[in-house]
Design a protein around this ligand. Sequence first.
Ligand code: SF4
Length: 332
Amino acid sequence: MHFWEIPPQRPPSEAYSLLFRATRNCPWGRCEFCGNYRGPKFAIRSLQEVKQDIEAAKAAADSMLEWAERIGSADRIGLVARTNGMPWLVDGVVKHVFIGDADSPIMKTKDLVEILDFLHETFPKLERVTTYARAKTLLRKSPEDLKILRQAGLTRLHVGLESGDDDVLEYVHKGTTADEMIRSGLKVVEAGFELSEYVMPGLGGRERWRQHVRGTAMVLNRIHPHFIRLRTLNLGMVPGVPLSEKNRRGEFSTETLEGLVTEVRALIEALDVTSELIVSDFALNYYLLDIDGRLPEERERMLRTLDGALPMARQKDEDTAAARKRWDAEEG
Ligand code: SF4
């Protein structure tokens, strides 16, 4: 058996990527909506450890290829690998790699380059290598360092914008301002990276949703990222995080489903980004799952889909409120 450390989180779009960890956890760890990596301390792994992990994955890939040949299924290696828990061995080769955890570019540039070189040597058919990155860290990197990383084969950065409104960003302790989000985004696009910006519908709560939408559209309209991904705030999934506590104390009101659909509709109307792909691929996006598309070409279709989702969302909100009332009556 071959073992290596894998990150506890990955973007939905990396479901078929080979996963490695160059760091552990998040160097910031203070965003009030985030339940990921809470507790454990941030650490940069040694190059030797990471390289051993890459070698272990290569050995696992070779064993799977041998096995598929032995059972006469070499021509269906992708299927054999997938059914044996290795979805990243697409067509028998590794094409996509995701490097965790929350902020790999915080490593020294030369160390990350050494990992990238080793990855490309080990898996020569590699087409895409991606990682999460904090906007603040990207701002600290020099333009030359970013270009070096891009040339070494890091192709795409996944950045958590969450909101483009300074009040919202401050309220949730994101540790980055809208202006820093814009400058870091422009910088990485300029360095040649593909950029995925993650937006969090619901993060302004019912109190700040309008400014959340306005600010977010303003930042995205400045950056023109390649991908805009929606990842709805879901406090139910992460009990104990500070925003959840604020919600319990009545200081923060989570959006209704109708409110979420209305918010995303307003965002799509306000976006002025050309030929960018909006992706709603997060499993907990409720009624926002069918709105992937390009702007401006597909704006009307996306808005129609959201209009169609509104009555269902409203009904679901009413059902939830009624169920809660019944529950309270029975408890009380
Ligand atoms: S930077 Fe990302 S991983 Fe770190 S606390 Fe914030 S949302 Fe969570």
